[in-house]
Design a protein around this ligand. Structure first.
Ligand SMILES: Cc1cc2nc3c(=O)[nH]c(=O)nc-3n(C[C@H](O)[C@H](O)[C@H](O)COP(=O)(O)O)c2cc1C
Length: 187
């Protein structure tokens, strides 16, 4: 069976981002035959602007679109900023939603994981990310609702991949994405 590739986009640019570490956990727990790649460089992607899209080469945008286009599925891992999706992740979704109808996210399975120190685990950002990815054309896995709360106490400075419960939950999300790529391929 051919390799399945999942591209992870992280909604936090912070060096010590817990959400990035959760994306790294997806890399660590990916089963044989599945490669999870965490995209580096969202911080270099300019704000979406129709005046510049397609007019001149924007290397950061090309890198994002190529990586998303090559991937079989997308994993969006996000904190919550002021009750919604952080701008960096929304911006990435906007870029891969265009050209309209043929953007890199079109018809691709998408799963969302959110995490925050608060008890609700960034649930509002989770919901808004699912909504944006769906309207952008992705096949959002609505039954993937992993929202990890209380991260400060839960991880206490340790990498989430060392937390067996969270590692298992993240592994289940990766499996759901891989299953979805196969279902869509068979459809
Ligand atoms: C501008 C800003 C707004 C925030 N708003 C929220 C919020 O609405 N809800 C929440 O749970 N946490 C909020 N936080 C706290 C983040 O969840 C916290 O900084 C989290 O650790 C960020 O994720 P990271 O570790 O992946 O960077 C906010 C943080 C920032 C910087």
């Amino acid at each position: 069976m051919s390799k399945t590739t999942v591209l992870a986009l992280v909604g936090s640019l912070r060096a010590a981002s817990v959400n990035r570490q959760i994306a790294e956990t997806a890399v660590a727990v990916a089963p044989k035959g599945v490669e999870v790649i965490v995209f580096d460089g969202l911080g270099d992607v300019p704000f979406y602007n129709e005046d510049i899209d397609g007019v001149a080469s924007i290397p950061a945008v090309e890198a994002l679109r190529e990586a998303a286009g090559r991937a079989d599925a997308l994993l969006l891992v996000t904190p919550e900023y002021n009750g919604t999706i952080p701008a960096v992740l929304k911006n990435a979704i906007d870029w891969i939603s265009r050209p309209y109808g043929t953007g890199a996210v079109k018809d691709k399975p998408v799963a969302v994981i959110s995490a925050s120190p608060s008890n609700n685990g960034a649930r509002w950002a989770h919901e808004d990310t699912r909504k944006a990815a769906c309207i952008a054309g992705g096949k959002v896995l609505e039954d993937v609702t992993l929202a990890i709360g209380g991260t400060t106490d839960k991880f206490a400075g340790r990498h989430p991949k060392e937390n067996s419960e969270v590692a298992q939950q993240v592994a289940e999300v990766v499996t759901s994405l891989v299953d979805a790529t196969r279902q869509f391929a068979d459809a």
